[in-house]
Design a protein around this ligand. Structure first.
Ligand code: PRX
Length: 685
């Protein structure tokens, strides 16, 4: 296709150009990178790195990339054949899709008719091929000094015991299971146990509030909820079971009742005694699971049977249940993991993400285990007991591949084991990139700045270590099979060097198939804005060398430390406060978190704005969504800038929030233009 040629051609020129310019701007791995000019600064992989890499050069990549675009069926069939299938898919219909909403319903299918099981492929397949005694999970507790590990064989046994229990209580293929667990080994165990019997897991990040958990339970009506009594986060103890109790009470009020709650006793945080208990519904994990046999037959499922639901924020209030299916997701997470991290069987891999987010699904659990990797699972937070914890863990386990969000700090410690670094979740600015590269990686390790989304299942635009020169802050080039396009406001594809809206043409195996229970919203949100394409919601620039630079969300979604938060969700939490009349939330740049939440609020008439009220507004958001969504700033507003038709002018609010007061633009169309001056005057109250 023309777009792949244009990527291909522009990329070809990168190699020669950057290599000849190396003396001026580029540095080789091994030298500190200091250059400031972002489009020109490149880091050329060393020959040593390239020679050992799975994809040793740009030429090799282009060959594979072209093959993946020209004949996707063949390309992906070959990769899929590395896995175990009870029955193969129809070779004449490896995939089928329609992305053009103007033609007919949007649908995406990969390997339809193929019968497999992802849990079998993660565990049994590895054990049967001799990897049973290799460590699958290294678990590091919140408190230093406490840890555990499981080999593939042991992990398989644990998974089977839970699968047997789930079957025993009547959980069947297609049933939903809500999981509200912190980063204990029981979290990946639960995901794999559900997948083993064809049940659909929906992991809810254990930082979400009871209200948010209830919302998700009401939407997917699970057969049971799996949680633990409490967790230690830093020096704080959080009573997760209380939160689940409150959520189940709220769900019951909407006539969604859950019969069973399986509770893991997390002794390190709290003994079981003080836990509130509902006899008949609640059951201790430790009382039942160890009694079950360590062998459990796999439930074979169709490639297109659902694997999991994961709720994510959109630009309207209600979270979206992103649905991923089995076969395509399996193939895609496995292969993106392998190539983007240049995975070798001797690697020790650590991804700091929580399994409550997509990164934890694809790159803590499924992707690495499908490759038979040894994975570090960390329960705690990177700066507890101090900011050296992360590097302590890297040293302790001799981590070679370290994948994290760009908001981390480093101090002492050797970090010598590191080989590859990965970054995800938000645009990494060039100075953060250089810090990650120079300080964390000692100017030695390539960085995979992986751009992707909950919806995409796996990496979409990412460097392949060793294959081509990197530019700090650019996610570089598309993964195999991915055709990114940049379109203008009218949806017209722009070629060459440009900026615009990032879309994807054609489907890839890891793509989500629908929003649970709302296929119409799936089409409206992702496929209607630019017919014929999947719209990512991100802005993007392509430079003269064909490198992609992600510039952040273009919709009403805020990205705080890599956590996606819908402005509408925060607004509806704020207006639920009895003294708040109206709220408008925008994102502002934040040095550490990428973006911070900035909320304009108007109050019910006659209510004075006080420090107590400010705190209580923030508390409302914490309670309704979770602490991670608490606004950094509440800006008291006597009124909001609106058009005559009543639409809030967020563009103006964004400028006020970021104090770009000479860039307010045209305010003459406002119903009450003097509101703007009042807001500016109140900015630092
Ligand atoms: O805006 C992009 C940003 O995170 C969004 C996806 O968020 P979520 O579905 O929660 O998944 C996060 C982990 C994949 C994207 O629309 N984003 C993610 N990775 C990057 C990024 N922005 C810039 N560079 C990245 N590497």
């Amino acid at each position: 296709s023309s777009i792949s040629n244009s990527i291909a051609n522009s990329s070809y020129s990168v190699n020669t150009r950057t290599r000849t310019r190396k003396m001026v701007k580029a540095v080789s791995l091994g030298d500190p990178l200091l250059a400031e000019d972002q489009d020109e600064a490149v880091v050329v992989p060393s020959d040593h790195l390239s020679q050992q890499a799975l994809v040793p050069s740009l030429r090799d990549y282009l060959e594979m990339y072209k093959a993946s675009i020209q004949d996707p069926g063949r390309f992906w069939s070959e990769i899929a054949s590395q896995f175990h299938w009870e029955r193969k898919w129809d070779p004449d219909h490896v995939f089928s899709h329609n992305l053009d909403v103007t033609k007919s319903q949007v649908h995406i299918q990969w390997f339809k008719g193929g019968i497999t099981n992802i849990s079998y492929n993660c565990l049994d397949r590895i054990v049967e091929s001799g990897g049973g005694d290799k460590i699958a999970l290294f678990w590091e507790a919140n408190d230093p000094g406490s840890d555990a590990s499981l080999t593939y064989k042991q992990l398989l046994s644990r998974v089977c015991q839970l699968s047997n229990y789930l079957k025993d209580i009547g959980v069947k293929k297609g049933d939903a299971v809500v999981v509200y667990l912190p980063m204990l080994m029981e979290l990946p165990i639960t995901m794999l146990a559900c997948a083993r019997i064809g049940a659909v897991h929906s992991v809810v990040f254990a930082g979400f509030s009871a209200e948010s958990l209830a919302q998700r339970i009401i939407d997917c009506k699970p057969k049971l909820v799996i949680t633990c009594n409490a967790v230690k986060r830093g020096s704080k103890i959080i009573h997760l079971k209380d939160i689940v109790d409150a959520a189940l009470l709220l769900s019951a009020q909407t006539n969604v009742s859950v019969d069973r709650c399986l509770v893991f006793e997390n002794e390190a945080a709290m003994k079981r005694e003080p836990t509130k208990w509902q006899e008949g519904r609640d059951i201790w994990w430790q009382d039942v699971i160890p009694e079950y046999p360590t062998h459990c037959e796999v439930e074979w499922v169709d490639a297109e049977d659902p694997l999991f639901l994961l709720y994510t924020s959109g630009s309207t209030g209600k979270p979206k249940g992103v649905l991923h299916t089995t076969g395509g997701y399996m193939v895609y997470t496995a292969i993106t993991f392998k190539y983007a991290f240049d995975y070798k069987p001797t690697d020790i891999y650590w991804c700091t993400a929580d399994c409550g987010w997509i990164t934890g699904h694809s790159y803590v659990t499924y992707g690495p285990l499908l490759n038979g990797a040894s994975v570090v699972v960390f329960e705690g937070s990177p700066n507890y007991p101090d900011s050296g914890r992360c590097w302590d863990i890297v040293d302790k386990y001799k981590v070679t591949i370290f994948y994290t969000a760009p908001t981390l700090y480093v101090t002492r410690y050797s970090r010598k084991s590191l080989r590859i670094l990965g970054s995800v979740g938000e645009p990494i600015n060039p100075s953060a990139w250089r810090w990650f590269y120079n300080v964390v990686g000692d100017s030695r390790c390539p960085i995979s700045d992986t751009w992707w989304q909950t919806e995409t299942g796996g990496f979409m635009i990412t460097p392949l270590p060793g294959a081509w020169p990197q530019k700090p802050g650019s996610a570089t080039f598309p993964f195999f099979g991915v055709q990114p396009v940049i379109v203008d406001e009218k949806g017209v594809e722009i070629e060459g060097e440009c900026s615009g809206y990032l879309c994807v043409k054609s489907s890839w195996p890891g793509a989500f198939r629908t929003l649970y229970g709302d296929h119409e919203r799936y089409e409206t949100t992702y496929f209607k804005p630019f017919p014929g394409y999947y719209f990512t919601g991100d802005g993007c620039r392509r430079d003269k060398d064909g490198y992609y630079w992600l510039t952040g969300r273009v919709d009403d979604v805020i990205n705080v430390s890599g956590h996606r938060i819908g402005t509408a969700e925060v607004e509806s939490a704020l207006v639920s406060h009895p003294q708040c009349a109206e709220a408008a939330v925008v994102g502002v740049e934040h040095e550490v978190k990428g973006q911070a939440i900035y909320a304009f609020v108007t109050l019910v008439e006659g209510v004075p704005y006080t420090e107590d009220l400010r705190k209580s507004l923030i508390l409302t958001v914490r309670k309704q969504i979770g602490a991670f969504a608490a606004p950094d700033k509440i800006h008291w507003a006597p009124g909001l800038p609106k058009t005559r038709s009543g639409k809030i002018m967020r563009r103006i609010l964004r400028k006020i929030a970021s104090r770009q007061l000479n860039e307010l633009g045209d305010t003459s169309t406002l119903a009450e233009p003097n509101i703007v001056d009042q807001l500016i005057a109140l900015a630092d109250c």
